[in-house]
Design a protein around this ligand. Structure first.
Ligand SMILES: NC(=O)c1ccc[n+]([C@@H]2O[C@H](COP(=O)([O-])OP(=O)(O)OC[C@H]3O[C@@H](n4cnc5c(N)ncnc54)[C@H](OP(=O)(O)O)[C@@H]3O)[C@@H](O)[C@H]2O)c1
Length: 339
């Protein structure tokens, strides 16, 4: 058998400010022999997620940092092509933290595969029925607790998480306004995702537009971006509002984190609550959420978009698309073909 060569991306250095392709190093090395309990996965789709930016920093968060010289951690879906683990057989489709590479030796450290339900499209476990969809599901329903007739505001609304959160809020009978960058994304929010209003944060006075589009105030704000957009949302809270802190991508590339919102006192005045969460806390309920999301997509109740780039050599550039706002929907990279 010819030797398999693994093309992989390692973390070369810790980024300062905006991440760049030169923060990664390309490496090719033979795939090692499997030990007992291990199985070899050929990656098919790699998921690019903003949280990976945090893993590149030398700081503990909900997961340890990626070490310099280590394969960049990321989620992927792949196919088992060799196994010395009785729970996995050749041909199985699995998802997990398989890394920014073509082959993953799974069954060690953080590298494990969870079976993908039969018949589910290969990309869904990374997006709409995976971590981003489930983040939208639990964040909105468990923390936001939307009530029919309420107004829900979502930032990052054309992205993987935001687009699903906004559409779940519509399914819950709410009026939903989305915030995104640029006219193309804003048209998508109203024309394709069915939202009631859209705000282009790159062109509009965000605080003023929220006031116009949410005249009775915002009951639930699902925040993916933080910064000045969070501040504009806090300025427009209805009494008893719930602010769901999902992410703060506007600050991920800042060398020095900007000071927090200046108007936190609005939470006091409006008797409101602001709460953050990390999706892995809901792991026991993942099957419930994945099944519900897949059903909604199957029934056409949730429209989801994917931005699929190709080729392992393009992994760092594909990751950068998230921070440049180039992706519409879930950012993925296709690196292999299932057999
Ligand atoms: N809490 C959790 O467990 C959890 C889990 C998953 C994701 N998240 C968070 O959810 C958020 C969305 O993640 P995702 O995977 O769904 O990514 P995404 O929304 O599909 O992609 C990122 C989007 O962020 C927007 N963006 C980039 N820079 C920005 C800036 N400076 N200001 C405002 N918007 C900016 C861009 O959209 P525009 O073109 O509209 O700017 C870009 O398309 C992230 O903050 C992520 O960290 C949290």
């Amino acid at each position: 058998m010819t030797e398999r060569i693994n093309r992989q991306w390692l973390l070369a250095r810790r980024p300062v400010g905006m991440v760049s392709a030169s923060d990664f190093e390309f490496k090719q090395e033979p795939v090692p022999e499997l030990a007992d309990g291990q199985y070899l996965v050929r990656n098919l789709y790699i998921s690019l997620d903003p949280t990976m930016r945090g893993w590149m920093e030398d700081r503990e968060s909900y997961m340890p940092p990626v070490s310099i010289g280590e394969v960049m951690r990321c989620s992927a879906v792949g196919q088992v092509i060799e196994s010395r683990n009785p729970a996995f057989v050749e041909g199985d489709i699995v998802s997990g933290l398989l890394g920014m590479q073509e082959y993953a030796v799974a069954g060690q450290g953080f590298i494990h595969g969870a079976p993908v339900p039969d018949g589910m499209p290969l990309t869904w476990p990374l997006g709409v029925a995976g971590l981003t969809g489930m983040t939208a599901y639990f964040g909105l329903l468990e923390l936001g607790k939307p009530v029919p007739g309420e107004t829900v505001l979502v930032s990052g609304a054309a992205g993987a998480t935001g687009s699903v959160a906004a559409q779940i809020a519509k399914l819950e009978g709410c009026r939903v306004v989305g915030i995104a960058g640029g006219p193309e994304k804003c048209s998508l929010l109203t024309d394709e995702f069915g939202l009631d209003g859209a705000i282009d944060y790159k062109a509009d006075d965000v605080e003023q537009r929220i006031k116009e589009l949410c005249p009775d105030g915002v009951n639930v704000y699902f925040d993916n971006v933080g910064g000045s957009i969070l501040e504009a949302a806090l300025a427009n809270l209805a009494k008893g509002a719930r602010v769901v802190l999902c992410g703060g991508i506007s600050g991920y590339s800042e060398k020095v984190p900007p000071p927090g919102p200046r108007n936190l006192m609005n939470l006091v005045m409006q008797r409101s609550r602001m709460e953050g969460f990390i999706i892995i806390d809901y792991v026991a309920r993942f099957p419930e959420a994945a099944a519900k999301l897949a059903k909604w997509v199957g029934e056409g109740k949730i429209v989801h978009r994917e931005d699929v780039q190709e080729g392992i050599e393009n992994a760092p550039e594909t990751f950068l698309r998230l921070f440049r706002g180039q992706n519409i929907g879930k950012q993925l990279l296709k690196v292999g073909e299932a057999t």
